[in-house]
Design a protein around this ligand. Structure first.
Ligand SMILES: [Zn+2]
Length: 125
């Protein structure tokens, strides 16, 4: 129990959110990252109004299935095997999208910054 509390506290301190589309995550204003377009990773995305980072193909697939997601989210497109810098508040970190080989457009995200190095795999093969 104590270990899970510490893990959730750590996740709450990170300057980004992955595959989570809750009222709370939206209110944080943190940039959100979408690993791929399977339904269990996009539930609630239509209610968010934050910056969303994903691959061009994931965005296209998402908008075919949930066109309402296009109204409120600002999409930033990331190609697999490329890195970008993202700033949230006073924190700047690097994100690298890595091919997850899970479904078309899917990627893992490698986050690097003052918090260390974190690889979020989403679903991968
Ligand atoms: Zn999946």
């Amino acid at each position: 129990m104590a270990a899970s509390v510490r893990a959730s506290t750590l996740l709450g301190c990170l300057p980004f959110v992955v595959d989570t589309w809750t009222e709370r995550s939206n209110a944080s204003g943190k940039p959100h990252f979408l690993t791929h377009c399977h339904k269990d990773h996009t539930e609630g995305i239509e209610n968010c109004s934050v910056d969303v980072y994903c691959t061009p193909l994931t965005r296209r697939l998402l908008l075919l299935r949930q066109p309402e997601a296009a109204r409120s989210n600002r999409f930033h497109l990331l190609q697999a095997n490329t890195s970008i810098e993202v700033t949230h508040g006073s924190v700047t970190f690097t994100v690298t999208a890595l091919d997850a080989n899970h479904c078309p457009g899917s990627v893992m995200f490698l986050f690097q910054g003052c918090f260390g190095n974190i690889l979020h795999t989403g679903d991968c093969r």
